[in-house]
Design a protein around this ligand. Structure first.
Ligand code: KG4
Ligand code: ZN
Length: 339
């Protein structure tokens, strides 16, 4: 592979339109992110039709800004999982650019991007992950636990049966009248609340690696209905505590069961300070090292997509196997082994 391979990544799976240029699988030359939060705010969640339109309206500008006058060797885009309209916009933009610039194109899994993003330190992918590891992907649309033997070698242990972790934060924020996206708002309120004030459930679902967060959200809504004088900080602190305890307990149980010494956490919810603190502390007690995505790159961005593409190309080169280009979009894409 060319030493300074220039990959332009495109991300449009949910409510961020982003393009980024990655040099040599290491250096983020640009990472332009247009967030659609303003468009979706008044609905307290992402409206798919509005998202597709906003992607279509912004993608050309975002790509242009990210690419500038730089040379280009490869175009990568997130081909799933995500909202069909957004994925389509990403694919059309990627194909148009690749045809125009006469470069190859590759589709990558958005969730792989969230995990590989743990390698970025500032604007460089330096902190290479160590394997085997257990990965926790926690975002607004997904909550999944994987056993990762190496690059491109995954086993999905469990996923959420209902709400994603970020979705639960967003829904609780909505119940409390806090603005979208709810995660950062709930966290902020929680700082002045008492974590032990209300005993919300911890859905550990023993015997499975699955998650289920709709019960915690329902428990919050019943609490609000039955306690007219509730304290927003106490509700937020107790809810956050229940969420974090559940995520940390299950992830570290998996780390123990699979005898791994490393845990990687990526996705929007990985920005949560309590989750970072607790996971790190509890893992350390077991001799396990945690790798969290840098807060600045925890939400959707195209630098992580370009890095995931680089990993795939590098892996194909190392193993001598043909790279799976995977450019068909798949809204329900599951992470799959490259091998
Ligand atoms: O990864 P992301 O940007 O988009 C998806 O792929 O879904 O994740 C967005 C989610 C939202 O649900 C947001 O509320 C949540 O991440 N989030 C947080 C925090 N910051 C963002 N949840 C909890 N605590 C936070 N500090
Ligand atoms: Zn995401």
């Amino acid at each position: 592979m060319k030493k300074d391979l220039m990959i332009l990544g495109i991300e449009s799976t949910c409510d961020e339109t982003s393009a980024a240029l990655l040099k040599g699988g290491r250096e983020i030359v640009s990472n332009v992110i247009y967030s659609q939060i303003e468009e979706h705010k008044k609905y307290h969640g992402v409206v798919p039709e509005l998202a597709s339109r906003a992607h279509a309206a912004k993608i050309a500008t975002v790509i242009n800004e990210a690419l500038g006058d730089h040379p280009l060797d490869y175009v990568a885009f997130a081909s799933g999982p995500g909202l069909p309209g957004g994925l389509m916009v990403g694919r059309v933009a990627a194909e148009t650019l690749a045809n125009f610039k006469k470069t190859p194109i590759i589709g990558v899994n958005h969730l792989e991007g969230h995990i590989f993003a743990c390698e970025f330190e500032g604007t460089e992918a330096k902190a290479r992950l160590s394997f085997p590891l257990v990965a926790l992907v926690v975002s607004g649309g997904h909550t999944e636990l994987w056993y990762v033997k190496g690059y491109g070698n995954y086993k999905i242990l469990g996923r959420t049966r209902d709400d994603a972790a970020g979705e639960a934060f967003d829904k609780v924020a909505k119940l409390l009248g806090l603005p979208y996206p709810g995660g950062p708002q709930v966290s902020k309120q929680a700082l002045s609340g008492r974590r032990e004030a209300i005993a919300f459930p911890r859905p550990l679902l023993p015997g499975t690696w699955e998650f289920s967060f709709s019960g915690i959200k329902t428990a919050v809504s019943y609490y609000l209905r039955d306690h007219k004088d509730f304290s927003i900080p106490d509700v937020c602190a107790s809810f956050e505590e229940a969420m974090v305890e559940t995520l940390v307990t299950k992830t570290l149980l998996a780390a123990k069961k699979y005898k791994v010494k490393h845990v990687a956490v990526g996705g929007g919810v990985a920005a949560n300070a309590l989750l970072r603190e607790r996971m790190t502390e509890k893992a350390k007690e077991m001799g396990v090292e945690t790798h969290f995505v840098d807060r600045k790159l925890s939400s959707d961005n195209a630098a992580m997509i370009a890095l995931a593409a680089y990993k795939k190309l590098e892996h194909a080169e190392k193993t001598g196997k043909p790279v799976k280009k995977n450019i068909n979009i798949d809204p329900n894409m599951k992470v799959r082994n490259w091998e």
